[in-house]
Design a protein around this ligand. Sequence first.
Ligand code: SAM
Length: 279
Amino acid sequence: MIKEKLHRPVMVDEVIEWLDVEKGNLYLDATLGCGGHSLAILKNGKASVIGIDLDREQIEIAKERLSPYTNRFLPVQGNFRFIDRFIGVPLDGVLFDLGYSSYQLNNPEKGFSYRLEGALDMRYGDKGLTALDIVRDWDADEIADMLYYYGGERRSRVIARKIKNSKPTTTGELALLVRKSVPRKGGHKHLSRIFQAFRIIVNKEMENIKDGIKGASELLRDKGRLVVIAYHSGEEKLILQIINECGLSTLTKKPITPAKREFQDNPRCRSAHLRVFEK
Ligand SMILES: C[S@@+](CC[C@H](N)C(=O)[O-])C[C@H]1O[C@@H](n2cnc3c(N)ncnc32)[C@H](O)[C@@H]1O
């Protein structure tokens, strides 16, 4: 395991405090990744942790990293959308740290980064639709709608037409095509939006969040806590709507953001918004 490549967990102290890990017996880390948050929960209390992730490779990393805690840690490869299929006991707390990890971002084979030449894949796991399938099989109007609704991209029609005309097969080709379609200044913003839209659709992120949060809130015991770290406004809107439907109370009136010190050390955490809910 190469330590420098591991994902650095965001707002660990805040997660530990809000989950109240010293008091609980069983927590679910719905987005295990490289196991950074799970490790902190295991270190800071006596509780057990179930960790779910779609990414087989990261599950292996987390297993190795958390090997001193095998008697209190259970890794599960799967989609948090189906939490109720994996778990049938009440939970003291659940953590969702949404999106991709930097371990995945830095792996060109995953195709999440517009800075790296890699496969047009973008799946967290290894099954289902890929970004390349969308480029190949969807028509220009469908692609444009995806870019507009899930990336907020105003030039969605132009970019979608170009995608259909030049049929990129790698992240590098897609990124070049986008760069050529937008003003030079601020090009990275367009690139983030386009890649975000693909990622959301490839992974059915909105459906996963909706069902995952509903499932988690049903599994929480009375007064159990749900901590969610979101990275873009689309996720946040959906989360607040579902929480409302589930009848949980909100403990954080405003989202908690990383402290300046963390921000300087780990610029990737800059868009993180942490919210806490209670059953
Ligand atoms: C931001 S990372 C979590 C990092 C983790 N907290 C750590 O400390 O290493 C998000 C993780 O969620 C996983 N993921 C995204 N959607 C998922 C889903 N629907 N079901 C299970 N895992 C998912 C990704 O594969 C990724 O590893």
